[in-house]
Design a protein around this ligand. Structure first.
Ligand code: IPE
Ligand code: IPE
Ligand code: MG
Length: 249
């Protein structure tokens, strides 16, 4: 019997609840191909991906995972045709306003990382409102990477560090990994224990470049709109069967 043949319940029962990742990060890829295969416009793939987000968020809540980061829009995705970018922004506005009450009732705290100043004003307003409504929640941190790029994040941190050095707040000799990490968007979050990428691409695409130093990588051929709780559980089981050495023996 193959592990893929197990039911969702069986997979869940085979998890070691004491060895769950604190932080799961997902590169939600393959929406366009999902739509292509059905002769649908690409945006239908993005819309279909909403259900996958819902399932993954729900399971993270059930398993009491602390942080879920979802890569929803990269700094490079601005290069896409305006029609697709606009449709994605619209989807973002609609989903944030539609899902926030339910997420709030599930004690989910919404957080955003990325250069949000590039986003349309209406998206920024919706993000602010979702963050504000859920700010006291103590359950899952749902961290959305929007207009996010790892290189942009590192440059922003470097500028802020240079500024503090210039102001005399920071001594260059005191800059170490811990101090540097405090200047990143993720300053309050643990590094991702596992990064999942759907649709089979074997690359990191500018995602959490600093933070992924020792993350376990899990790639599945499943396209994001087809990704279900079962697929997420398979990733967690793979994670639990790995030996993390962090350079040790
Ligand atoms: C991921 O799906 C969603 C975003 C990057 C916004 P894609 O749109 O990249 O889908 P593919 O990779 O073209 O299939
Ligand atoms: C990465 O997917 C970004 C997101 C999932 C938001 P892309 O589809 O943009 O990445 P590449 O172009 O295949 O590397
Ligand atoms: Mg893609």
């Amino acid at each position: 019997m193959q592990i893929d043949d197990l039911s969702e319940e069986e997979l869940k029962n085979s998890l070691n609840m004491r060895k769950l990742p604190k932080h799961v990060a997902i590169i939600m890829d393959g929406n366009g191909r999902w739509a292509d295969r059905r002769n649908l416009p690409r945006i239908e793939g993005h819309k279909a991906g909403v259900e996958s987000v819902r399932e993954v968020v729900e399971l993270c809540g059930e398993l009491k995972i602390q942080v879920l980061t979802l890569y929803a829009f990269s700094t490079e995705n601005w290069k896409r045709p305006p029609f697709e970018v606009n449709a994605l922004m619209r989807l973002l506005i609609d989903q944030l306003s539609e899902q926030t009450p339910d997420l709030n009732s599930k004690n989910v705290k919404i957080n955003v990382i990325g250069d949000i100043s590039r986003l349309p004003k209406r998206v920024i307003n919706e993000i602010r409102s979702s963050i504000n409504v859920t700010k006291e929640n103590t359950g899952l941190i749902l961290n959305l990477a929007l207009s996010y790029g790892g290189r942009q994040e590192i440059i922003k941190a470097t500028r802020a560090i240079a500024d503090d050095v210039k102001k005399g707040i920071l001594n260059p000799d005191d800059i170490d990994e811990k101090v540097f990490a405090k200047y990143l968007y993720t300053s309050d979050l643990p590094d991702p224990d596992i990064i999942i990428r759907t649709s089979g691409e074997l690359r990191i695409s500018n995602f959490l470049l600093w933070q992924c130093a020792y993350s376990e990588i899990y790639i599945t051929e499943v396209l994001w709109p087809d990704f279900r709780k079962k697929d997420f559980l398979l990733a967690l089981i793979s994670y639990q069967n790995r030996k993390r050495r962090f350079g040790g023996i």
